[in-house]
Each structure stands twice: as structure tokens, then as C-alpha cells.
Design a protein around this ligand. Structure first.
Ligand code: ADP
Length: 441
């Protein structure tokens, strides 16, 4: 306090002393004049400094602080120091806010900050995608105007936000969102949204899969159960009928066994713990043995040809490769009518070596082709069942092919036949020893 007062008191004291001296020399009138002039000059100086300070404050500039002497210097210096401190903490705050904003922008979940009356204060890019929000137009808008879905309105009005709401994205009907409101602070809310389209799809696939398996098992079980019921109702059964019924029951049991085996194979292939156990597979020998199998499956109904122009071996799992390539061969036999042609090839093509099965069967319409490797997808359900198909063969092939970094190619024309090929990349091949077969480049 004394720091402030001593300077004005010193100046006023100086004026008073000057007035007294002048009064003693020149009389009272001159002393009053000096006193008045001195006080007016001092007042003028203060008014000038106040004006400079007011101007500086009005301009809102943070630089160009007015220069002064005496008490005003202390005031200006104090103000400047305070401003510098404020600037430093504002910079710190801006840096924290920037970090928060960058983090919020990188979050894959949508975040919308709502004020006490559910108007939008702020949202991140994910929320903009999920709800189709526009940065310029939608800030300050009531969230209920922008998300016009009854379940969301009920959720917002219900005030029970302990569970998330599953809804379609207002921006795209193909996207499913899980949204949850989180109240915080003074009646504020945070709306968090998550894209769960993939999870929903997987859940739908799982449901379909369980329904399909149940359906596939129910039919043979019904047949076997029906025969057993018939047996228990019959007092005497003729041995010929018994033989016929038991053959039919055996067929159905075999169908269930094949289905269960294919399901177990698929589950083994899909298991992340089941890493590929590799060895060197003699594919030419494997193709030869599949050729023999094709003959026994066909039982003389088809013309079958073997074309081995490559002698490469493959680094892979022998059981998986036998199962995948064998599936393609058995499909060719099952879907090619009597007297049709089937050929098995092991040949070099570009930088790859391919196992190819061609048949002169009925062929497949183009729109079915992309879906053939889906579990239980069949073009002709009756034909597949008749020939002992489970609907899982090509799904197994696809898995094995992917595990070997190979490619499955399907080419088919209705009325002409189909060609299924599995092509192995150079990294999977073991170069042939014989010089007569072209080596890979
Ligand atoms: P399936 O056990 O029913 O044969 P797959 O998964 O092996 O099951 O094959 C799926 C479907 O693809 C079959 O139901 C059949 O409609 C079709 N398909 C597979 N191979 C051939 C082929 N060589 N010629 C014609 N259609 C085929």
C-alpha cells in the first residue's frame, strides 16, 4: 500500500513546497497560482495516462502496452504481467483442448455433446457419419429434429439410459448403430454411437447356420425315427421289408455322419488355434490317386481324363489338400450326367501351378457363382441331397485354399459345363526335379 501512496504524496508534497517557496518570494496569489497549476498539471498527467490505458483496453491488443513513469508504470507493468500469465494458461488450455479434440476425432465411436436442452454443442467426425450431421448447419440444433426415429425419441424422453439402443443409422439404412446417452455435469448429455453392422451380420450368419444345421439333421432324424416307430408297431416283420428299411436308415445315418464330419472339418479350419501343419505334398501323386477315386465314384458313367503337365510339389497340409481337391473331383462326378466328360489337370499357368477339374455337366448360372462357397448354399438342393451332398464342400475348399494362400477360380457356363481351379503361388511350390517340365519364372 505504501508503495502506491509514496509517489503521489511526494509529487503533491513537491507542488506544495514549490507553492510555499513562491509564496514567500512573490506573495500569496502567486503561491495559489503555482499550487493550482501544479495540481492541474498532475491531474492532466493522470487523465492522459487513464486515456492511454482505456484506449489500449478498448483496442483489445495484447502488445503495445503504453509506456509511463511513476505509479502508472507499476500499474502497466502489473497488468502486463497478469496478461502474460493469462496468455500462458490460455495457451495451455488450448493445447489440452486441441489434444482432446484430436483424440475425439480419432475415436471410431461417434460422440455428440448435448447441452441441458438436448441441443448439439459439439460432435466428432464419426458421429457426423453415423447420424449424417453437418458441422455448420447442425450445431445448436435439437438432437430430436435431426434423428427422427420414434425409438430414439422414446429413448431420449425416457430418461433411462442404462442400456444402449440399437437403431438404423439415419444416414444409411445399411448401417446398424448401438447408441447410448450418458448424462454428465449440469443436465448435459453425451450421445455415444457405435457401428455394429458387422456384429449384426455375424450374429445373423450364426443364427442362419444353427437353423441350417438343425434343418439338415432333422430330415434324416425324422426318417430314422419314422422307421423305428413303424418297427415297434409291427408284430411280425418280413425279412425283405426289414432289409429295405434298414438300408434306408443306414443311408440317412450315413448322411448325418457326413454332415457332422464336414461340420467338424469346418470348425477345425476356422479355429484360430489350428495353425497350418505343413509338409511337402507330392501333388502329382495326389492327383493320380484322385483320378482313381473319380473312376470308382463314377462307376463307369463318365469319360475321365488325367492331364499332368507339371511335376511341382506343394508346401502344405496333405490331409487338407486331399480333402479340398477331392471335393472338387467328387462334385464334378456328382454334377455331371451320365456319359459326360471330366478331366483333371495339374499344370503351370503364369507364375502359378493350378489343379483344374473340368466337367461337361449342366453348368451354373453366373449369379450363383459368387455364393457357392457359402455354407449350405446349393444351386439345386434336391440334386445335392440325392448325390449325398452336405452343402459344405466348397466352403471347406475355400478355407483350405485361403490357408495355403492359393486362389479358387470358378468358371461355368450353363449347358456347357464347369471348371474349378485351385492355383498355388510360387511361394508355396517346390520346384520340379525333372528338366522336362517347364520351371516357374
Ligand atoms: P454340395 O454338397 O451340395 O455339393 P458344395 O459346397 O460342394 O455342396 O457345392 C455347392 C453347390 O455348388 C452344389 O450344391 C452345386 O449346386 C454347385 N456345384 C458344385 N460343383 C459343381 C459342378 N461341378 N457342377 C455344377 N454345380 C456344382
Amino acid at each position: 500500500m505504501f508503495d502506491f501512496w509514496w509517489r503521489p504524496l511526494l509529487v503533491l508534497g513537491g507542488i506544495l513546497v514549490a507553492a510555499l517557496i513562491v509564496g514567500m518570494v512573490l506573495g500569496v496569489n502567486s503561491a495559489v497560482a503555482v499550487l493550482l497549476l501544479g495540481v492541474l498539471a498532475y491531474l492532466g498527467y493522470h487523465l492522459y495516462q487513464m486515456a492511454a490505458l482505456t484506449r489500449w483496453l478498448e483496442q483489445g491488443e495484447r502488445d503495445g502496452m503504453p509506456q509511463a513513469r511513476g505509479a502508472w508504470d507499476d500499474i502497466f507493468y502489473g497488468l502486463e504481467r497478469q496478461l502474460r500469465r493469462q496468455k500462458r494458461s490460455a495457451n495451455k488450455l488450448t493445447a489440452v483442448l486441441e489434444r482432446f479434440e484430436h483424440a475425439a476425432q480419432a475415436i471410431p465411436d461417434g460422440i455428440v455433446m448435448l447441452n441441458g436442452t438436448d441441443q448439439i454443442d459439439w460432435f466428432n467426425p464419426a458421429a457426423s457419419r453415423h447420424f449424417g450431421l453437418d458441422d455448420a448447419a447442425d450445431r445448436g440444433q435439437f438432437i430430436g429434429y435431426l434423428i427422427r426415429q420414434v425409438p430414439f425419441h422414446d429413448y431420449l424422453a425416457g430418461h433411462n439410459y442404462s442400456e444402449a439402443l440399437v437403431m438404423k443409422s439415419p444416414a444409411s439404412r445399411d448401417v446398424t448403430l448401438s447408441v447410448q446417452l450418458v448424462p454428465f455435469g449440469d443436465k448435459r448429455k453425451m450421445l455415444i454411437s457405435r457401428d455394429i453392422t458387422q456384429i449384426e451380420l455375424l450374429e445373423a450368419m450364426r443364427r442362419d447356420f444353427v437353423a441350417n444345421v438343425s434343418h439338415e439333421l432333422r430330415t434324416p432324424l425324422t426318417v430314422v425315427g419314422g422307421f423305428l416307430e413303424t418297427f415297434s408297431d409291427m408284430e411280425h416283420i418280413n425279412p425283405v421289408d426289414f432289409r429295405r428299411y434298414s438300408d434306408l436308415m443306414q443311408q440317412q445315418t450315413e448322411r448325418m455322419r457326413m454332415l457332422v464330419e464336414d461340420l467338424l472339418t469346418l470348425s477345425r479350419l476356422e479355429s484360430p488355434q489350428n495353425r497350418l501343419q505343413e509338409s511337402e505334398v507330392d501333388v502329382p501323386a495326389l492327383v493320380q490317386s484322385l483320378y482313381q477315386e473319380a473312376h470308382s465314384l463314377s462307376a463307369g458313367r463318365h469319360h475321365i481324363e488325367l492331364v499332368l503337365t507339371a511335376t511341382h510339389w506343394v508346401k502344405g497340409n496333405p490331409d487338407e489338400l486331399r480333402s479340398a481337391l477331392g471335393n472338387l473331383v467328387s462334385n464334378a462326378v456328382r454334377y455331371t450326367p451320365k456319359d459326360g466328360h471330366i478331366s483333371l489337370h495339374w499344370e503351370v499357368q503364369g507364375g502359378e501351378v493350378c489343379f483344374r477339374v473340368r466337367d461337361s455337366g449342366d453348368g451354373i448360372e453366373a449369379h450363383h457363382i459368387p455364393r457357392l462357397t457359402e455354407r449350405f448354399y446349393r444351386v439345386d438342393r434336391g440334386r445335392s441331397r440325392e448325390t449325398g451332398g452336405t452343402g459344405l464342400g466348397l466352403a471347406i475348399v475355400k478355407h483350405v485354399v485361403t490357408r495355403h494362400q492359393a486362389r479358387l477360380m470358378i468358371d461355368s457356363q450353363v449347358g456347357k459345363g464347369s471348371c474349378f481351379a485351385v492355383c498355388f503361388p510360387a511361394s508355396r511350390l517346390i520346384a520340379p526335379v525333372t528338366a522336362s517340365v517347364p520351371a516357374l519364372t
